[in-house]
Design a protein around this ligand. Structure first.
Ligand SMILES: [Fe+2]
Ligand SMILES: [Fe+2]
Length: 173
């Protein structure tokens, strides 16, 4: 799957990127969705940027596999629309199961502002699979289950590699 991500990334043309953005434009530029820029998600990656990364890889992979790339991209952009800082949420609300509960919170918010189809609802609700149990019934859900974890890992690893660089002694002459 990692190879698939690298392959679709290398194969993506400027036209593909434009096409992707047109598919998600109304969501990506909506004032409620823009609020995600205020919430840090993985280290210095905001919730908005994380959703954009996931949406992009969803789109590229689903397009290359002849799946519903449009729904995968749109649901990807909405999958973490829970609109709070998950790092302070438990302390402030006493709700300790963010990992389990946020897909439903994101779906409720998404349904308030956008018209969703059944597949988009399922992608948002089950994106944490297998951490959350409902079994995916569409392959696009398996794609986001992977892209979400992949993007999370890369976003965290990138932040730590930047930190590690600053801890290393400067050896160049
Ligand atoms: Fe999530
Ligand atoms: Fe996510």
């Amino acid at each position: 799957m990692h190879k698939l991500i690298k392959n679709v990334e290398q194969a993506a043309t400027e036209e593909d990127k434009r096409e992707f953005y047109e598919v998600i434009r109304d969501i990506a530029e909506h004032p409620v969705v823009l609020q995600m820029k205020e919430f840090p998600h993985h280290c210095d990656t905001s919730c908005y940027d994380h959703c954009l990364h996931v949406a992009y890889y969803n789109y590229c992979i689903c397009k290359s596999l002849h799946l519903d790339a449009r729904s995968a991209a749109r649901a990807g952009m909405l999958h973490d629309l829970f609109l709070y800082d998950w790092r302070t949420h438990a302390r402030e609300t006493g709700e300790h199961f963010h990992a389990m509960t946020h897909p439903r919170a994101a779906l409720l918010n998404a349904e308030k502002y956008f018209e969703l189809n059944d597949l988009e609802r399922e992608i948002i609700l089950k994106h944490m699979w297998p951490v959350t149990l409902p079994i995916p019934t569409n392959p696009e859900v398996l794609v986001i289950a992977y892209t979400d974890k992949y993007c999370g890992f890369v976003e965290i690893a990138r932040a730590y590699s930047e930190k590690c660089k600053s801890w290393m002694p400067h050896t160049s002459s």
